[in-house]
Design a protein around this ligand. Structure first.
Ligand SMILES: [Cu+2]
Length: 422
């Protein structure tokens, strides 16, 4: 009963926010209204920790790998600033600048790919402010941006980010999205405005939800406060986690967006296949700092895809595909156990296991998989798309594309992991 009361209060607060959202379109800023509503929700539901994230949507420039051959006039783009070669749209994490309008404005034209990786705990109440900073390279465009959690159960269309069914954030405005998360799992998020274009241009990222079971380990499991799902038996326990956003990048489309032309999407012919916005061997580089003042390189592709672990450890791979092609990920000499598809644990309500142990995990566009493997003996192993079409950079010679390494150290070498992809 307490829970029902909770929900009803929240719904009322949210509806108040929704009215204010409508007002935003008419020119009244809505943020103070929702901010005022938020404490009501907090007071009514102490069981739901409040989390706040601020994202911006804008454009920018990134760097595809150096061994990619020229594909003139599309690649490298002659408009690119020194050290970069490809035009993108994307998100940036502006949480640190939430109360600093100048700091937020300074992120204009500095989008990153893949989008900031977000993780939350089940039953969190999340407010994500999305600010649309516009497109530096395309002042003629007045495209909105939205936030859409793909595969996430969301009862309120206003916060589902499908502009045809609700609203988008116009240039120069912001909108608070509200989520109460009930289901652990690996999801993905993207902008849904002109979605074929904005998704391809780079507005895609990982978001995942940690299960309640982390707060109540099962079977006297002292080591395990890290589970992928509420499995009930500890079978999704892991020591380290690495998340991968799988996408492709079509240089011609990115060039045309920068040069005020349009693309015929039925000609889709991706040039690069990416893990977290990088092609091999850039995938192996450490996490970058988008706030760095050193221009060029991987500054705006900050998420590493290098997997490091100790022999014998359980490693969770969170895979999401927001490319437009199927991808089949394989690891040489390592068995991969798929424990969940599309944020759903592969176990029946009667406890029947449907986990699948395989050497190849295939994902269609918009799909996610949670994969656990036991780290083998010390050594270096490849993790890659088994389709050779996706293992080059721009069709050039040598390896590239959707590939990274799993580097296994002797047991006990690496300290416990403190953040995903680190
Ligand atoms: Cu967008």
């Amino acid at each position: 009963m307490e829970r029902l009361t909770d929900l009803r209060l929240s719904r009322r607060a949210l509806l108040a926010g929704a009215g204010a959202t409508g007002a935003a379109i008419l020119g009244t800023r809505m943020v103070p209204a929702l901010a005022a509503a938020a404490p009501t929700v907090a007071a009514a539901s102490s069981a739901h920790p409040q989390k706040k994230v601020h994202l911006v949507g804008t454009d920018g420039w990134v760097s595809m790998p150096g061994n990619a051959p020229a594909d003139l006039p599309f690649f490298p783009d002659p408009l690119a600033p020194p050290g970069f070669n490809t035009y993108v749209f994307g998100f940036r994490d502006a949480t640190a600048f939430d109360q600093d309008p100048a700091g937020i404005a300074a992120l204009r034209g500095k989008a990153q790919i893949s989008a900031p990786m977000m993780s939350f705990d089940e039953e969190d109440d999340i407010t994500i402010t999305l600010t649309n900073l516009g497109l530096v390279q395309r002042p003629d465009l007045f495209d909105g941006h939205t936030l859409h959690w793909h595969g996430f159960v969301n009862a309120i269309p206003l916060f589902d980010g499908v502009p045809e069914l609700s609203l988008a954030v116009p240039v120069g405005r912001d909108l608070d999205y509200f989520y109460r998360i009930h289901d652990a799992g690996t999801y993905m998020y993207h902008c849904h405005f002109e979605d074929v274009e904005h998704v391809q241009m780079g507005m895609t990222g990982m978001v995942y939800v940690r299960p309640k079971q982390n707060r109540a380990p099962v079977n006297g499991d002292t080591a395990g406060t890290k589970y992928a799902y509420n499995d009930g038996d500890g079978s999704t326990r892991y020591d380290r986690e690495f998340a991968f956003m799988l996408t492709e990048l079509w240089s011609a489309a990115h060039y045309r967006d920068a040069h005020i032309q349009v693309s015929d999407w039925t000609d889709y012919d991706p040039s690069f296949s990416l893990l977290n916005g990088r092609g091999y061997p850039d995938t192996l580089e450490a996490n970058g700092d988008p706030l760095s003042t050193a221009a060029g390189g991987l500054q705006f592709q900050p998420i590493s895809s290098l997997v490091t672990c100790n022999a014998g450890e359980k490693v969770l791979l969170r895979l999401s595909n927001l490319g437009y092609k199927d991808h089949s990920i394989t690891a040489d000499n390592i068995d991969l156990t798929v424990v969940a598809k599309d944020a759903s644990l592969l176990r029946g309500r009667d406890g029947t296991f449907n986990y699948l142990t395989t050497n190849t995990v295939t994902l269609g566009g918009g799909e996610s998989r949670d994969v656990i493997f036991t780290a083998p003996a010390e050594g270096t192993y490849l993790l890659y798309d088994r389709d050779y079409n996706y293992l080059s950079n721009g069709g050039g010679g040598g390896y590239g594309g959707m590939m990274t390494k799993i580097v296994v150290s002797p047991a006990g070498t690496l300290p416990p992991q403190t953040a995903a992809n680190a």
